[in-house]
Design a protein around this ligand. Structure first.
Ligand code: DX5
Ligand code: ZN
Length: 219
């Protein structure tokens, strides 16, 4: 069987913020195709990360696809600002959007790819009426808000249900998995349906992060 193409998206949340330029340069040199940027507002999730001023500088330095994961309330108020800050993919949480269909159209009309993220408790069926409109489904495999948590095993059957939903609707969304991914569990996650692996601590706390990215890419 032909080997599946796996996209690796290192999550900058786990980087050394005092050395951000070096960390972005490492990702640029690596086999990662996306750079994952986690935005937290202290309301939708119980933590605050970084925002627009950091992201606009990082995207200028990065040569990869900039994949912005908004863990914020009212993402529609910020979509244009993130587009101006250099986001290529903008992902909003289904749980944060009362008018998810409208939010998706807004992101696409701004020229970005649209992603929808699902918390661990949110069933994939919630996407059935928008699955053909979106470019990425981001399946949270930990509760969002913090790096370095443990992968929730129920994510694996959920990925299979999502793959079935995508096939059933002849949709083309990529499946991205975020949280607790290691070199040991990555193969099972890809086998269950993931196209994109987000990895924070596994990449940035490694002594040779580029080698880890290569390993994840080739699981
Ligand atoms: C968590 C973030 C993740 C996080 C992943 O809320 O969405 O992207 O950075 O970190 P690790 O890979 O360390 O679990
Ligand atoms: Zn994330």
């Amino acid at each position: 069987m032909e080997k599946k193409h796996v996209i690796v998206a290192p999550s900058l949340l786990a980087a050394n913020f005092l050395e951000l330029a070096k960390e972005v340069d490492m990702v640029n040199r690596s086999e990662a195709e996306w750079l994952h940027l986690d935005v937290m507002d202290g309301r939708f999730v119980p933590n605050i990360s970084f925002g627009l001023p950091v992201i606009s500088q990082v995207t200028r330095r990065a040569s990869k696809v900039c994949d912005v994961h908004l863990m914020i309330e009212h993402p529609e108020q910020y979509a244009e600002a993130f587009q101006k800050a250099g986001a290529h993919i903008l992902t909003v949480h289904a749980e944060a959007c009362v008018h998810l269909h409208r939010n998706i159209q807004q992101i696409k009309s701004l020229g970005m790819k649209a992603g929808v993220a699902l918390n661990p408790h949110t069933p994939v069926q919630i996407l059935e009426n928008v699955i053909r409109d979106i470019d990425v489904v981001l399946v949270m495999s930990v509760n969002p808000g913090f790096g370095g948590q443990t992968f929730i095993p129920q994510t694996l059957p959920k990925l299979r249900r999502l793959r079935a939903l995508i096939n059933e609707h002849q949709a083309h969304a990529l499946i991205e998995v975020d949280g607790g991914i290691t070199v040991d569990n990555a193969a099972g996650i890809v086998e269950a349906g993931a196209d994109v692996l987000v990895a924070g601590n596994t990449v940035f706390s490694a002594s040779n992060p580029e080698a880890i990215i290569k390993q994840l890419r080739n699981v």
